[in-house]
Design a binder for this molecule. Structure first.
Ligand SMILES: [Zn+2]
Ligand SMILES: [Zn+2]
Length: 344
């Protein structure tokens, strides 16, 4: 049903690509992260809750959307979008033809997230899964615990008149943190300008977030003492940081599960919060699909494919241009990446 091509995953029966990384005529998009939603295609189709974000990401594109769970026929394939629980509007794409069902999951997670619809388990014959955190060391604590850690860190710094900078990806992670902070934030959370547009888009989509205040050019020093600031990784080490009084720095990512990574990257704190499934989440999800065949895309794909093969599944690694959180971390830390182009 789906073939790997130089432009992306192609469904010949429907004449469309899923998350193509090069321009095509017809692109079905699982979600608006830059590695899954690249510019230049003639027509895009995404799930309705994600349309607003995708339009911000691809302002010149022709974008149509469809509600979760509503099937459409494209070519000779029955297509429907189902919640993936990754970011607002993220979707698994279900394809059915001649009684065979494939599900392309894009990126997904099983942990609770108030900013998007929860992952919907689907039965299928072939499941295409990501593998961003497909190693047994990656297990997540409940977000309710992680947010307490963030609040405690902030309050301790505030007592000393310091500022806190929590680096996080601009789409999805930042808004999830803002949703988690909502019950705890007694003052507005300060945000870097790169987060403002997408945060507005979440609010416009009806997602409840903590109050925010965009950091403007004139805000510096004492004005920001005691503040919790959310910023993209690309702001790290730039002159922008100089406005913050004695900042304590932290990164919110699944990568922070590995203590050495946090130390090596020089963050004061690491908060283990990911928009991807952890190892038990990946295995449970694959089991729930009932799929005898599993294709593995980005991340620790070889490790996951090997594990599944040993468990008796037919499995294969699909080479894609999608990047896991691990790949992004290196890229963002190394250079001042296009802020709106970051991935989660
Ligand atoms: Zn993603
Ligand atoms: Zn991805």
């Amino acid at each position: 049903m789906i073939a790997e091509t130089p432009r992306g995953l192609f469904c010949e029966g429907g004449g469309f690509y899923i998350d193509p990384w090069q321009p095509v005529d017809r692109a079905l998009i699982t979600h608006a992260h830059a590695d899954h939603a690249s510019a230049g295609s003639r027509a895009y189709l995404c799930a309705t809750p994600g349309a607003q974000i995708l339009r911000r990401r691809l302002p010149d594109a022709t974008i149509a959307s469809i509600d979760y769970g509503v099937p459409v026929t494209i070519g000779n394939v029955r297509v429907s979008f189902h919640p993936a629980g990754h970011i607002l509007g993220s979707a698994q794409i279900r394809l059915e033809r001649g009684g065979e069902v494939w599900v392309v999951s894009g990126d997904y997670k099983r942990a609770p997230d108030a900013t998007c619809a929860p992952f919907e388990p689907l039965r299928c014959d072939v499941f295409v899964t990501e593998a961003t955190f497909a190693l047994p060391i990656y297990t997540w604590d409940p977000p309710s615990i992680v947010v307490r850690e963030i609040v405690d860190w902030w309050h301790a710094a505030r007592q000393e008149g310091r500022s806190c900078v929590l680096f996080c990806y601009v789409l999805g992670k930042a808004q999830r943190v803002l949703a988690l902070l909502q019950p705890f934030a007694d003052v507005p959370i300060r945000i870097h300008g790169a987060l403002a547009g997408l945060t507005d888009a979440y609010r416009e989509s009806g997602i409840a977030l903590a109050a925010t205040e965009r950091i403007t050019e004139d805000m510096r020093g004492p004005t920001l003492a005691g503040s919790l600031v959310l910023a993209p990784l690309s702001a790290r080490g730039t002159v922008w940081m100089r406005r913050l009084p004695r900042p304590s720095t932290a990164f919110a990512s699944g990568l922070m599960r590995v203590r050495g990574v946090r130390r090596q990257r020089g963050f004061d704190r690491g908060f283990v919060l990911s928009d991807h499934a952890d190892w038990p989440g990946l295995l449970a999800t694959i089991r729930e699909t009932g799929a005898p065949r599993v294709f593995v895309t980005h991340g620790w794909s070889d490790a996951l494919a090997r594990y599944l093969a040993e468990a008796g599944l037919e499995t294969q690694v699909m080479r894609t241009a999608f990047e896991g959180e691990a790949g992004e971390f290196g890229a963002a830390a190394a250079a001042s990446a296009d802020e709106t182009g970051e991935r989660s």
